[in-house]
Design a protein around this ligand. Structure first.
Ligand code: SAM
Length: 287
């Protein structure tokens, strides 16, 4: 992360969620009525203009998909896949911890969280930016707690303990679109903290970039953009390695899916042909 600058990638993915919330029903996957208001001014103007032009959001869906070689489709799809995993596991006892929350609006849009305490964990600078933009919205959850942590340099267990997270209650952990920006040491350290604070019936939803998912010029191109915005891709990892880091910490992998699986499930015939499998999602549970 660039010193003193809120995560730009968190705005980009919220921009995609805002756009996909305006698409016709056959393409809408994870309705996020809050995302638009969280965007920085430039992105908000752009998405606002697309909303006003007839067919503008569908055109943008196709153009951004083409321009990113299918990468953009994975963002709204992964959000929906995680929402569904959460819905399948949550009980009134569960807490929700969103690691690297960015502009995630689950606490403001999921009625399933009405009994839950939700902890949004993020880098201090990104969290300050989000809080300044969301002040007028009321969360739907029982309680929303902000907990600022730099996964590379600060202790997640200490910060969660101070914030009132209860390791004796089950937790749903969401770690969406973050591990690719972290060193392997920070990923392993965070997984250890997650495991130590996970009572039985806890669930981890973590997305990751397999080390061989992006090759050749695409790899160089995405690395350049990521470095340029100050969020270098440090955390690509082989699937077997990440799965073993997770199972070594007493979680059982329930599923490991990719954007093409979700496109079939959620978009069916409306799915674009070129949905590429860059980022994957592991859902793991502790019994
Ligand atoms: C691509 S955004 C994803 C945000 C959100 N999870 C989503 O899917 O909308 C990456 C997030 O990781 C966070 N992040 C990156 N490096 C971090 C670090 N070292 N410590 C804490 N958070 C970090 C950023 O602040 C940002 O919110």
């Amino acid at each position: 992360m660039q010193e003193g600058v809120a995560s730009r990638t968190s705005s980009w993915v919220a921009g995609l969620r805002a756009l996909y919330s305006e698409l016709p029903p056959q393409l809408e996957v994870a309705w996020d009525p809050v995302a638009f208001s969280l965007l920085p001014p430039g992105l908000r103007t752009l998405v606002g203009a697309l909303k006003r032009v007839p067919g503008g959001t569908v055109m943008a869906h196709r153009a951004i998909g083409l321009g990113t070689a299918g990468l953009s489709y994975g963002v709204p799809l992964r959000t929906r896949a995680i929402d569904d995993a959460l819905r399948s596991q949550i009980t009134p006892q569960h807490q929700l911890v969103i690691l690297g929350a960015g502009l995630d609006a689950r606490a403001y849009r999921l009625p399933e969280l009405k009994e839950a305490r939700v902890f949004e964990v993020d880098h201090p600078v990104t969290q300050t930016f989000k809080r300044s933009r969301i002040a007028t919205y009321a969360p739907m959850c029982r309680e929303l707690i902000h907990c600022s942590v730099d996964f590379e340099t600060q202790s997640l267990p200490d910060r969660l303990q101070e914030s009132g997270h209860d390791p004796k209650l089950p937790t749903i952990w969401i770690w969406e679109g973050v591990t690719m920006y972290l060193t392997h040491a920070a990923i392993e350290g965070t997984l250890s903290a997650v495991s130590d604070r996970s009572a039985p019936a806890s669930m981890l939803c973590v997305t990751y970039l397999p080390h061989d998912a992006v090759r050749g010029w695409r790899r160089e191109f995405s690395n350049r953009i990521a470095r340029y915005v100050g969020e270098p891709l440090l955390g690509a990892v082989p699937t077997v390695k990440l799965e073993s880091w997770i199972t070594d910490r007493a979680f059982a992998v329930r599923s490991n899916e990719a954007p093409s699986d979700w496109a079939k499930r959620y978009w069916g015939k409306a799915s674009p042909r070129r949905v590429r499998d860059y980022e994957r999602l592991i859902v793991a549970v502790k019994d």
